[in-house]
Structure formats: C-alpha cells, structure tokens
Design a protein around this ligand. Structure first.
Ligand code: FES
Length: 250
C-alpha cells in the first residue's frame, strides 16, 4: 500500500561528489517501505515527480533515507531543501526485492547511484540471518560512498573505473572475490547489469532497473522494457523496478 503525503526533511548531506543523502520522516511510509521500493517526489517548479529509491529504513525513528545525484535542476532543487521543510511524496512505490530461507549467502553487486537500494536490502538480509557480501563500483575515488556501511554488513570489494580507489576495473572484475553465494542482487546502469547477468548466467539473481524510471506512475511509457521476442513487455515503474535476472531483455 502507498499514499501521497508531505514528508518532513530531517537532514541533508552531500556525502560524495554530487551525491546527496536525505533523511525524511513519515510514520506510514516508514512502516510500509521495503528494500527496492522508491519514493515518488514532487519538486517545486517541476510537474513530473522524481522517482528515488529508498536507501535505508529506520522504523524506530520513523524515517527513510534516500540518496540521489545532483545532476539536473530538479535534483539540485531537491538537495537545497532545508531540515524542517517538507517534500511531497507518493510511496512506497514499486515492487521491491524478495528473498526466502533457501538463501544462506547473498551477493550484492552495485554500480554508482544503483548502490543505495542494495544497502537497504543488505541490512534486511542480515537481520534475517542471511550472509551478505558486496561488490561496489564507482567512477572515481570522489564518488565513493557507504563503503564503511557495507563493510559492516559483510566482505566488500570496491572498484573504480579509473583505479583512483580500491581496485581498477568494473564490478564484473570483482565477482571472483565473491566466492560462493546462493543468490545475487544487482542494481546499476544497464550496461553494467548486462555484463553482470551475462557473467552470472545460470546463477539465480534479481536486478533492479531503477535507473530507467521516468514518470514513475505508468503514464509516460519511458520505462517499458521487453521480455521476449513475441512483443511481451513490462513497465519498470509498476511491474518492477526489481525483476528476476533473465526476465527482461537488457
Ligand atoms: Fe513512466 Fe513507467 S516511468 S510509465
């Protein structure tokens, strides 16, 4: 279930290059939210809402955390909100990650701004007795965030495109580090997801295509993705953003 409500801005911090962490309070959304879902935020001066995935859920303090890149006018305006102000949100939206008791060890594979929903998932998996490992990819050292938080969850391998931090390369270069796992969860740019799913063919996995969200409410068709060659398709915003690996054509 989701609702439309004004959420109270509790804090706003720039935690890496152009990367903003914002904590928002609302009792209903915090209670209902699950890893992999997103908030659909209305930014002043923009008629289209911005879908932004949930990074963390704090049910004790009734807050959720989001992370986003300040790359456009809308997200810059969002980042300029001060604690004590409000932002209108519809949420929690979309279908999140799922898991079951057959999974003893999960591998999280994230790239850039696709990493935040995996943190939320990792915390929940760990709370449910599932071991967590992570491979995280960033553009440069200046873009790295949440490394320590992921290390608190389990073994974490960091790569950067230019080698300025961690290992030089792509997340697929870190897959050997992962060793055994029962299920992988991945979120990031489409080329990264394509490389990951190709590398891990025949391994059970889930991918989140949140980077491809447009209007977020099923109205713009910007998020339509093919499932087969017979014309089948899904809408990422309402059928996803999480899909089984291999369910959609990347
Ligand atoms: Fe517009 Fe899905 S994002 S229809």
């Amino acid at each position: 279930m989701k609702k439309c409500t004004d959420m109270l801005v509790k804090s706003v911090h720039e935690i890496a290059l152009e990367t903003v962490e914002m904590t928002l309070a609302d009792a209903f959304i915090t209670k209902e939210a699950a890893p992999g879902q997103f908030l659909h935020l209305l930014v002043d001066g923009h008629s289209l809402r911005r879908p932004i995935s949930i990074t963390d859920i704090d049910r004790n303090n009734e807050t959720v955390t989001i992370l986003f890149k300040k790359t456009g006018e809308g997200t810059r305006r969002l980042a300029s909100l001060q604690p004590g102000s409000t932002v209108n949100a519809i949420g929690p939206a979309g279908n999140g990650f799922s898991y079951d008791s057959s999974i003893r060890t999960a591998l999280l594979i994230g790239g850039g701004i696709g990493i935040p929903p995996l943190y939320c998932l990792g915390r929940e998996l760990l709370q449910n007795g599932i071991n967590v490992k992570a491979v995280l990819g960033f553009q440069t050292k200046q873009h790295v965030f949440y490394e320590e938080k992921f290390k608190m969850l389990g073994g974490t391998y960091v790569v950067t495109d230019d080698g300025s931090y961690g290992h030089k390369g792509f997340v697929t270069d870190g897959l050997d580090f992962a060793g055994h796992f029962d299920h992988y969860y991945s979120c990031g740019p489409i080329p990264m997801l394509r490389a990951v799913t190709n590398e891990l063919t025949y391994r059970p996995g889930s991918i989140s295509l949140e980077e491809r969200l447009g209007c977020g409410i099923g109205a713009c068709f910007a998020c339509v993705i093919q499932t087969d060659n017979a014309g089948g398709y899904r809408k990422i915003c309402s059928d996803g953003p999480v899909f089984a690996a291999g369910e959609v054509v990347l």
